[in-house]
Ligand binder design. Structure first.
Ligand code: DC
Length: 202
């Protein structure tokens, strides 16, 4: 039986951490769809066009160690605005969403485009300052030399581009539950989401 949990929201709102914990709790597979766009964006650094990069994407491309960088995030947001890039990545995501045994997908358009009939749809948000502080900590821990202000600017720029694009923009599905993690610890957010999913599963 399939069971799809769609988790969308702006950058660094806590989607990834919540998705991983939820997938582990229910024994579901997890797909971070941002990685597909980051890997596509990173391939353009080597001279490929965004469409060539998306159409030639392989599992190996997802193993690059530079995908979490700020540059890869910006490149991902740019290639993600190209409709042909999104089209090239749809089938893989939809097959993943409907795999046997359940799946958690996190991204920007999971509840609206990839899995509009998902059994559970969440839209995770947090204040800009809290999101920037969390992402800054992660990047510094990875050795990036970047200021909090630069991270905040980067997140806002990406969110604006992701929300303004014509194809599959960042926005909550009409039937999504909004979870604001600004004042929550990770454990609290995960516990709240698990309780909500358990209630839906009956
Ligand atoms: O989730 P992330 O920050 O790793 O995503 C990087 C970029 O990829 C994000 O700014 C927009 C794009 N993206 C998208 O357009 N659709 C998705 N489902 C996931 C990511």
């Amino acid at each position: 039986m399939s069971f799809c949990i769609a988790i969308d929201g702006p950058a660094a709102a806590g989607k990834g951490t919540i998705s991983k914990a939820v997938a582990k709790h229910f024994g579901f597979a997890h797909l971070d769809t941002g990685l597909l766009y980051r890997a596509t964006g990173a391939k353009t650094f080597e001279g490929l066009t965004p469409i060539e990069a998306a159409e030639s994407l392989t599992a190996k491309d997802l193993e690059r160690d530079d995908l979490r960088s700020g540059d890869a995030g910006q490149a991902a947001s740019r290639v993600a605005a190209v409709p042909e890039v999104r089209a090239a990545l749809v089938d893989f995501q939809q097959a993943f969403a409907r795999r046997e045994g359940g799946a958690v997908l996190d991204g920007r358009d999971i509840g609206t485009v990839i899995c509009p009939d998902a059994e559970v749809k969440l839209y995770v948000i947090a204040s800009d300052e809290v999101r920037a502080t969390r992402r800054h900590k992660e990047l510094v821990a990875k050795g990036e030399d970047i200021s909090l202000e630069a991270v905040l600017e980067d997140l806002r720029e990406r969110d604006e581009r992701d929300a303004a694009r014509a194809t599959a923009p960042l926005k909550p599905a009409d039937d999504a539950t909004v979870i604001d993690t600004t004042e929550m610890s990770i454990d609290e957010a995960v516990a709240q989401v698990i309780a909500l999913i358990e209630a839906r599963r009956g």
